[in-house]
Design a protein around this ligand. Sequence first.
Ligand SMILES: [Ca+2]
Ligand SMILES: [Ca+2]
Ligand SMILES: [Ca+2]
Length: 165
Amino acid sequence: MSQIPSSPIDYNFDTDPGKFTFQVGSNNSDFLLGTDDRDYLLGKGGDDILVAKGGRDYLEGGNGDDWLSGGGDSMVEDRFAFDKNDGHDTITDFVPQCEICILIFPGPEGDRIVLLDGEQEDIDAVTKGVTETPAGDAVLHYGETDITLAGIEASDVKADWFLLG
Ligand SMILES: [Ca+2]
Ligand SMILES: [Ca+2]
Ligand SMILES: [Ca+2]
């Protein structure tokens, strides 16, 4: 199957489903491994591991306690989506901004967290309610959902990291 190569720097988070490789897990524990291009990974129930690799990806662990890796590439933003009852999840490589992009490229925003069925007050509550693990990683609380941001300090969490979905 041939594939049209996507631009390595693609500023708009185009949600056209035709541009993503979809993988949908089961309600048991799944390991979903993405491609180096755009992936849309949906873990559903169970304790899942989602590894999106390169490219601009969309990850949603769903119910259960999931590990989510966007690929850690600071040049392209990934999006991680959660609802209010999504268990205790961990994002292993959240990259909130692209430092050199600010100087060289105006476009890429950095990884973002999508609060599904959220409202502006939820962004405020999540931003103000950040706690941290004994190891010093930030933990976000969205309804019943806990989201650990590995390698991110609680004091660094900013409201503009969040989108409503
Ligand atoms: Ca699953
Ligand atoms: Ca990625
Ligand atoms: Ca989850």
